[in-house]
Design a protein around this ligand. Sequence first.
Ligand SMILES: C[S@@+](CC[C@H](N)C(=O)[O-])C[C@H]1O[C@@H](n2cnc3c(N)ncnc32)[C@H](O)[C@@H]1O
Length: 228
Amino acid sequence: MADLHDRWVAERRNEHYYKLAKKLNYRSRASFKLIQIDERFGIFKPGDAVVDLGACPGGWCQVAQERTWPNGKVIGVDLRYIKPIEGVETFMGDITHDSTMIELMERFGGKADVVLSDMAPNIAGHYSMDHARSINLCMYAVDVCDRILKKEGKLVMKVFMGDMFDSLMDELKKRFQSVKVHSPDASRDTSSEVYVICQGYYGKSNITLKKPEAEEKKPEFTVKGGFI
Ligand SMILES: C[S@@+](CC[C@H](N)C(=O)[O-])C[C@H]1O[C@@H](n2cnc3c(N)ncnc32)[C@H](O)[C@@H]1O
């Protein structure tokens, strides 16, 4: 009974943010997740350079563009085509491919103040598999930070909860002064997603990230705590 009620509440909440997104010309109701995160944690400043991973259809890019205006720089990448957004550069690519990582660094051409990742795997409906795939994408977002995030920079990243969550948190804590887990009102649906808000990047950790060969392969952790 509680489940049915929770689902009903989640559907009403989603419908509310969906209608609000339409009304305010945001491309996704996910925009409100980032707005709520920014209002609580103060992520953006005017003039910031922002990288948005998993950016389609572009709701987070719109929010980042508005909140870094007038001199901000925003670039978004996704597996899927993103319809052009004024003042934002977008391109198609898979961030797990080296060619995309290189293209991102070339197009961006500098260091980022903020890295965003709302990347989500295709949901298989299998809790631990979806979690492992989400952790894999998070590892790539951390890799992007190690390549282009400025010292003191910020990372906002979506994660699906599961048993590797604590190991991911350990990795983030080695790189950032502050790591907080947050679930904005706009994201409190029936899914297991949470957002990690990382601030005060120390610079590249001495841990080398080595990605799993196949997406399905579970990331493992070394004794030192690094991804191998
Ligand atoms: C929840 S959506 C992002 C919504 C977006 N933040 C917005 O506000 O419009 C997640 C996106 O992650 C993308 N994605 C998943 N895996 C990816 C990968 N390996 N490289 C790039 N994008 C990826 C998906 O294609 C999907 O569009």
